[in-house]
Design a protein around this ligand. Structure first.
Ligand code: CA
Ligand code: CA
Ligand code: CA
Length: 451
């Protein structure tokens, strides 16, 4: 009798577990599961767009493991790198022969925080020089309780937590640690994976924490952007967004533009056409923004990803992406957040390789050198997906008037986007034409914006 009862309990337990798995792992593995996201799940249709607040744009942890398979190295010696299809599809191996990035390039990761002690991240975390070393009393500036650099934040040695207004960057979700790893996990250390930019400094700015209720994600985001601008980030990576237009957020990103900071933003996982239903900050009409949608391994945009031939700049790998998770773990996530991180990493490589490039040149090389495809022409402004090696090696001089690469390490036809075809009369102006064609966002309607 006792054993029958036990069998019944075990049976119920398995049904519960299977049910939970079926919920988390849907067909594409990208359903949102945070309480905030669930609350607004009904708004994920193409017709309902107005939201009252900035929700956290989630990515599902598809699987998680404490160990990574020790496979033969394909690119660097990091054991899990073979599972990183996105690195191969975006030609990271050849790109790393040109550059692996630079610690002098700072990416502000505005997200859920990070595991700063992660074995595959810790050495690439940004350190605020004004909050390190010792003060006049011999105390460690990182923990002396004093705002040593006078920036308004006490002991902000690696960044700031705008959810709890302190320097605790603990990642209670996993999303921020995952994004940080895609951009800049340590490469060649025989552990885990490698980021797109294995050498970089990751400034950690926290705007969302699933354990803290009733926070204002939009306000936290705006403060996070201001912090990144103040503290000298070269690139801001932001995976969040919402359909609510915010003048204050626009101004913050504009300030970043003035300072020459590239702003890489997720197109969003709303399954909608952003040309009709705008998604911010990706859709603000600012020249420093790159809006990124997500690709599967067959180079098709995910059904869950936002798209738009006027508003979404390009596509990058975003399905089943392996990266770092808290507590020295690794796992796979899906979404435009992951794709965004790929592009931020690409920007680091270009900035490290061409130190004189301004943000607009970096943007130009990312957008104009990707791999073009007809299916992407229906979904993005450039018809392209990220190619790291081409972004580093194709130069203006190598591109003929017809958009064909005529010399240099890569020799292949690359068809310029439809806007660009009107601007190819002179070789010398081709590069300029490209950036003029791909930089300004032309839309004026702000459907879904604040009235
Ligand atoms: Ca400080
Ligand atoms: Ca201090
Ligand atoms: Ca590694």
């Amino acid at each position: 009798m006792q054993s029958l009862k036990t069998t019944f309990i075990i049976g119920v337990f398995f049904v519960f577990i299977l049910g939970s798995l079926a919920f988390f792992i849907n067909i594409e593995g990208e359903e949102e599961f945070s309480s905030l996201a669930k609350k607004d799940k009904t708004n994920k249709s193409k017709t309902k767009k107005k939201k009252e607040f900035r929700e956290f744009e989630d990515s599902t942890v598809i699987s998680k493991t404490d160990k990574v398979e020790n496979e033969p190295s394909a690119l660097l010696n990091d054991p899990a790198i073979k599972q990183a299809w996105g690195l191969k599809k975006s030609d990271a191996g050849r790109a790393w022969k040109v550059t692996k990035g630079s610690k002098s390039k700072i990416v502000a990761v505005i997200d859920t925080g990070i595991d700063i002690n992660h074995e595959d991240l810790s050495e690439n975390i940004w350190v605020n020089p004004g909050e390190t070393g010792f003060d006049s009393k011999g105390r460690n500036k990182a923990s002396n309780g004093i705002d040593d650099d006078g920036n308004g934040f006490i002991d902000d040695v690696h960044g700031w937590n705008f959810v709890s207004n302190n320097n605790d960057l603990k990642d209670n979700h996993g999303h921020g640690t995952h994004i940080a790893g895609i951009i800049g996990a340590i490469g060649g250390n025989k552990k885990g994976i490698s980021g797109i930019a294995p050498e970089v400094s990751l400034m950690i700015i926290k705007y969302f924490d699933p354990k803290v209720q009733n926070t204002d994600n939009l306000k936290n985001t705006i403060n996070a952007i201001k912090y990144a601008v103040k503290m000298g980030a070269n690139i801001i990576n932001y995976s969040g967004g919402g359909t609510e237009y915010s003048k204050e957020e626009f101004e913050a990103v504009k300030e970043a533009e003035k300072k020459g900071i590239l702003f890489v933003a997720a197109a969003g996982n709303e399954r909608s056409n952003s040309d009709q239903f705008h998604y911010y900050p990706a859709d603000y009409k600012l020249s420093n923004i790159i809006s990124v949608t997500a690709l599967d391994p067959n180079r098709e945009v995910l059904a869950s990803s936002n798209y738009g031939t006027e508003t979404v700049d390009l596509a990058a790998p975003g399905q089943n992406i392996i990266s770092t998770l808290p507590d020295n773990s690794y796992g796979f996530m899906t979404g435009t957040s992951q794709a965004t991180a790929f592009v931020s990493g690409a920007a680091v490589l270009i900035m490290a390789n061409k130190t004189d490039f301004k943000f607009d040149e970096v943007k130009k090389y990312i957008l104009s050198t990707g791999d073009s495809s007809t299916s992407l022409a229906q979904k993005t402004r450039t018809s392209r997906s990220l190619n790291l090696f081409k972004a580093l090696t194709i130069l203006d001089n190598d591109v003929a008037a017809n958009g064909v690469v005529v010399r240099g390490p890569v020799s292949e036809s690359f068809t310029a986007g439809r806007e660009i075809n009107n601007n190819t009369t002179e070789i010398s102006s081709f590069g300029k034409s490209l950036i003029e064609a791909v930089s300004p966002k032309t839309k004026v309607n702000r459907v879904g914006g604040k009235q």
